[in-house]
Design a binder for this molecule. Structure first.
Ligand code: CS2
Ligand code: MG
Length: 402
């Protein structure tokens, strides 16, 4: 079964999505998400100009050989653009293989290890009370796990607080908007949020929080310690993870579970963190970490160190990668949780899919392949619209982590 045609679709139903479509000489096609928020066109070119010419005529069943060909053959290894492009090819080829087998993809990955995939939603608000009101809505929808993000008194904006409560899209402008950040104000406000959440709703729901790379190790240690009475499911991206040793300091001071990895794109980024058991959840995701094939390697390494997966699943990851993630999540022994930021109705119309939500769990469906499609005619109605993620500055103007 040879690869006959490779197309890269660019569409923007409210936000940009890049989708790779690989078609074989038998007419079977597979889809792969290739979206890299804020740098989408770099992946479009990588796929169109550098990957596609090498794949035409290759056997679509040789997923691993093609993966190695694209990884080792590039010479310049790793990085978000390369690994997102490889991920898209990998997803599309697994989609094809499962369609040819007439099975939902998870059946080719060893079958399911659980009934469904526990997901977490995003409750957020300008104030603690507003955030808890949103939390109650997610509880009403049946979520077992909810991420809480709230505005910080004295700051105009902060990470994770969105205008539209169901859909959080941070890439909000044609050029990067500039946010201002104060760690001191933030550290004072977060413990109050979780103290009030537990006092009001008790401990029946998993609560999560995303610091979004903004603390130093000792500040993260202080925050983790202050949150221990509220038993978080995880504290995410407490510090920038470029230096894994930072987590040794955090670990010395707190038992709050730590999650990291949404910005990682290969097993090499997370190896030390996992081997030293400095984290509890690995957040790498199918679309940015080399696809299903590479994510299975990351999950296997994590399993040796009692680390569970908690893959990134924001709105800037398309329904194609959500579908792929669910097959992966079902099939691995050390699944932890899946992030599930719902897509808008216009996005769901462009990407019809079989995955469904019930009582806090997602299931990918039983159709062949990934269970997601691309309505190319509809996609055409939404042309690319440049959008950047914000940048962040401290109150004295220092450029900081967003
Ligand atoms: C966040 C994301 O979902 C998360 O945990 O970190 O919202 C992240 O900021 C975006 O995916 C960036 O594009
Ligand atoms: Mg995050």
């Amino acid at each position: 079964m040879k690869i006959r045609d490779i197309r890269v679709n660019v569409t923007c139903p409210g936000r940009n999505f890049i989708t790779l479509k690989i078609t074989t000489d038998d007419g079977v096609y597979g889809l792969g998400d290739a979206t890299l928020n804020g740098r989408e066109l770099a992946v479009v070119s990588y796929l169109q100009d550098h990957v596609a010419p090498c794949l035409i005529g290759r056997d679509a069943h040789q997923i691993e050989d093609i993966w190695q060909y694209l990884y080792r053959g590039a010479y310049w290894r790793r990085g978000p653009v390369t690994m997102t492009a490889i991920a898209a090819v990998d997803m599309a080829l697994w989609d094809i293989k499962a369609k040819v087998a007439g099975l939902p993809l998870y059946q080719l990955l060893g079958g399911r290890c659980r009934e469904g995939v526990m997901v977490y939603g995003h409750a957020n608000g300008g104030t603690v009370d507003e955030t808890l009101g949103e939390m109650e809505k997610y509880m009403g929808l049946g979520y077992k796990a909810i991420r809480l993000q709230t505005g910080v008194p004295g700051m105009k904006s902060t990470y994770g607080v969105s205008k539209d409560k169901m859909y959080y899209e941070p890439a909000d402008a044609d050029l990067p908007t500039e946010n201002v950040w104060s760690t001191e104000k933030y550290l004072d406000s977060v413990p109050k949020l979780f103290e009030k959440a537990r006092a009001k709703f008790g401990f029946d729901h998993h609560l999560l929080h995303d610091v979004h790379h903004r603390l130093t190790p000792i500040e993260a240690a202080r925050l983790g310690k202050s949150l221990e009475p509220y038993r978080l499911f995880w504290l995410e991206d407490a510090v920038v993870a470029d230096n894994p040793e930072s987590f040794r300091l955090i670990r010395q001071h707190t038992t709050t579970p730590l999650a990291v990895g949404e910005v990682f794109n290969s097993i090499h980024d997370c190896r030390q963190l996992m081997q030293e058991q400095l984290i509890d959840y690995i957040r790498c995701t199918i679309v940015h970490a080399g696809g299903i094939s590479h994510m299975r390697r990351i999950a296997s390494l994590a399993d040796l160190y009692n680390i569970r997966t908690g893959s990134h699943g924001a709105t800037d990851l398309s329904p194609v990668s959500m579908a792929a993630a669910l097959h992966f999540d079902l099939s691995i022994p050390n699944f932890g949780i899946q992030e599930y930021m719902r897509h808008t109705a216009e996005t769901d119309a462009v990407f019809p899919h079989t995955y469904s939500f019930k009582d806090g769990y997602l299931h990918p469906g039983e159709g062949p392949g990934l269970g997601v499609d691309l309505d190319e005619a509809l996609a055409e109605k939404y042309p690319y619209k440049r959008a950047y993620l914000p940048v962040n500055r401290l109150q004295d103007g220092t450029l900081y982590n967003w």
